[in-house]
Design a protein around this ligand. Structure first.
Ligand code: GUN
Length: 284
């Protein structure tokens, strides 16, 4: 039976530290502020955005929400981003993805001031991550690294397999594991004999968005299994990309859904927002 990696516990500890830092910064006249932009009415995005706003309030971070209709044009969204880039109360800007199909996400992400890019999605920040010299890390991979550190799960020299190659999770996750000297394989929908690859993993990160995609036969005995999925099963129950009940019998450590990676993603966003406020005020 695996150790259950408790994202709520680790989050609470990190958020406690962030709350103290926000209070200390306020003494110096530094007030972190997050703008969250959501376009359209995707229910999953709405849940994420509510969670982000609530977490800000919890640690004393000021936040603003911009909920725009699905009919918003790319130009209107770019105009909003330009305004937020200039707005003194705002240190971090987050545009919730996915955006409606008629909007070019890359163009919008490129318009965000890299110093306010608390998602670390701007190509400037992606480049910094690539060379290992960065101010911001993308929230989900950063949260996963925090969990691995907290539970003292070493990456160096180990076989790490990431399922999924998204810009939000898969690619940056691979980079962070590589920075910690993991031997990293990124798999995707065209990977041949995926189970043979995943069975090599000492650390397996599932970020595919398919309910219970990773079954016990795909997992090596004693592996660390990190589940990034946030799906609804046929009964509407929240579940991950991993068949948790079966895989926990084989893994040495595993994240549950909910209560694993999810709370850490939001916590890292808070951390990036505080960092942004400091960077904007002091330049470092
Ligand atoms: N959609 C799913 N995850 C994320 C995230 O971490 N940031 C943003 N902006 N959109 C997302």
């Amino acid at each position: 039976m695996a150790t259950i990696i408790d994202g709520k516990l680790v989050s609470a500890s990190v958020r406690g530290r962030i709350r103290e830092e926000v209070a200390a910064l306020s003494e110096q006249g530094i007030r972190p502020g997050l703008a969250v932009v959501i376009v359209g009415d995707d229910p999953a995005s709405r849940v994420y955005v509510n969670g982000k706003k609530k977490a800000c309030a919890e640690v004393g971070i000021y936040s603003e929400e911009y909920a725009l209709p699905a009919s918003t044009t790319e130009e209107q969204l770019l105009e909003l981003v330009a305004g937020l880039n200039q707005k003194a109360e705002i240190s971090g800007i987050l545009v919730q993805l996915p955006l409606p199909a008629h909007i070019d996400s890359n163009r919008v992400l490129l318009a965000i001031d890299p110093r306010k890019d608390v998602d670390a999605f701007h190509p400037t920040n992606v480049g910094h991550i690539m060379i290992g010299d960065y101010q911001y890390l993308p929230c989900t991979p950063a949260g996963i690294m925090e969990l691995l550190h907290y539970y003292q799960l070493d990456v160096a020299g180990r076989e790490c397999v990431v399922i999924g190659r998204s810009n939000i999770v898969g690619k940056p996750m691979a980079m962070l594991l590589l920075h910690e000297n993991g031997t990293v394989t990124v798999t995707h929908s065209k990977t041949r004999d995926l189970p043979a690859v995943t069975r090599r993993a000492d650390i397996l990160v599932a970020a595919i968005g398919k309910t219970r995609f990773v079954t016990a036969d795909m997992v090596k005995e004693g592996a660390v299994v990190i589940d990034v999925g946030m799906n609804r099963d046929e009964n509407g129950k929240l579940c991950g990309d991993v068949d948790f009940d079966a895989v926990k019998e084989k893994a040495s450590a595993i994240t549950p859904v909910p209560g694993g990676v999810g709370p850490m993603t939001i916590t890292m966003l808070l951390e990036n927002t505080v960092r942004a406020a400091k960077i904007l005020k002091t330049g470092c």
